[in-house]
Design a protein around this ligand. Structure first.
Ligand code: FEO
Length: 397
């Protein structure tokens, strides 16, 4: 990606990572790639807001060179220490060693522990401002959105918010603006990003959005550090965050299971029939063949989850156990759940699933159902009724 003018004397100079397919280790799949956005502001003083992943340092520097020689940069704003945004700092700072780096105290500590460099660092707090000339930058600490060091940078002259990770999407596109891209893909990626990264932080997100609203800052553009920039009705993504952060959900059920010889799968399909018959939307996923990132996205707006596993060694199957541990970390609220599974001689999986449901803070809606070997006609009917009973609870609120 070359430098792209966003506003007069303000450029997007980040990079597109078309082929990255996993993120945060292997906790997140990025089937549409991602971008690492950074913004260059030319004024009496020159500021760079964020950098990019270290492996793209040369491309970032080339993009900067299209506008100015890098040694002219006066300030580098580090909104976030995570290396997808700070990784290019070591190479960049070799070229602009007189530049001052600005960020939170936690960012200062984090950058040092990542790079062991003694850059000229100025710690900033909420309300601090930096006058560049015609433009001003002001800073807002946003701890735990999504790391302790996280910060937003705001330019009042343009009503421009640069919130780093918040409101982003892992979405590689040659277009730079949300109104230029396929809307289904955009919202799919925005939901996936919230569900898999920000879901546990709803309380903090709501509080911070309220705080920003009370400050009365006009916002005309939201330029995150991943994906596209929101310029037409930018508050739509903020309102969506409020909806997700409130743990709002639809009358929809996600059934996620792992099956050994197919009986648990048969149960899943019968349970789904009962749910559908009740007029409630349902999606079924085998956790061994489905993408966990996609399942979580579907769970984000679902009121109910039903988890299934065959019994193996008196317990649930391992992929299901891993999946549920991930769900537990997301701490979903205001959701109901139930468990099911087949077994050969002694059960165990349903009990384990229910234990993890309880530990996840989900509400166990009804006793689980276990079937020995292959469900017969009567047992299939029981699964169907199990689904209907669960759907009734979904519809009952
Ligand atoms: Fe995109 Fe928290 O890094």
């Amino acid at each position: 990606m070359s430098a792209i003018k966003i506003l007069d004397n303000l450029y997007s100079i980040g990079v597109i990572d078309w082929n990255v397919r996993t993120f945060h280790g292997h906790t997140y799949t990025t089937k549409r790639g991602t971008t690492y956005n950074a913004y260059l502001i030319i004024d009496e003083k020159i500021a760079l807001v964020d950098t990019v992943l270290g492996s793209f340092s040369a491309e970032l520097i080339e993009n900067i060179k299209q506008i100015i020689p890098p040694e002219k940069i006066d300030y580098v704003i580090a909104n976030h220490v995570e290396t997808d945004h700070s990784g290019a700092l070591p190479e960049l700072m070799k070229l602009c060693s007189k530049a001052k780096v600005l960020g939170t105290q936690k960012c200062k500590e984090g950058l040092f522990k990542n790079y062991y460099e003694n850059w000229d660092f100025q710690v900033v707090k909420t309300g601090d401002t930096l006058k560049l000339g015609k433009r001003t930058l002001s800073f807002l600490e946003v701890p735990m959105i999504h790391w302790p060091d996280s910060m937003f940078t705001y330019c009042p002259e343009d009503a421009l918010l640069m919130p780093n990770d918040a409101f982003g999407q892992h979405f590689a596109t040659s277009e730079r603006f949300a109104d230029e891209v396929d809307q289904c893909s955009l919202w799919d990626e925005a939901a996936k990003y919230y569900g898999n990264i920000l879901w546990p932080l709803g309380v903090i997100i709501l509080k911070k959005i309220e705080e920003v609203k009370k400050m009365g800052l006009p916002i005309k553009i939201i330029a995150p550090s991943h994906g596209v920039i929101w310029r037409k009705d930018p508050m739509q993504i903020v309102e969506k965050y409020v909806y997700w952060a409130k743990n709002s959900a639809m009358p929809k059920v996600v059934i996620a299971y792992e099956t050994m010889w197919g009986s648990t799968e048969k149960m899943a399909r019968k349970i789904a029939d009962g749910i559908l018959e009740s007029g409630v939307s349902v999606k079924i996923f085998d956790v061994t063949t489905s993408d966990r990132t996609e399942i979580i996205k579907e769970m984000l707006d679902s009121k109910g989850f039903i988890f299934g596993s065959s019994t193996h060694d008196n317990s649930m199957l391992p992929s299901m156990a891993g999946f549920l541990e991930f769900v537990r970390g997301l701490t979903p609220k205001n959701r109901i759940a139930a468990a099911f599974g087949s077994f050969g001689w002694a059960g165990g999986a349903v009990k384990d699933l229910e234990e993890l449901i309880n530990r996840s803070g989900l509400t166990l809606a009804q006793p689980g159902i276990g079937i020995k070997y292959v469900p017969d006609e009567a047992e299939s009917k029981r699964c169907y009724e199990f689904g209907k009973e669960f759907a009734a609870k979904i519809k009952g609120g």
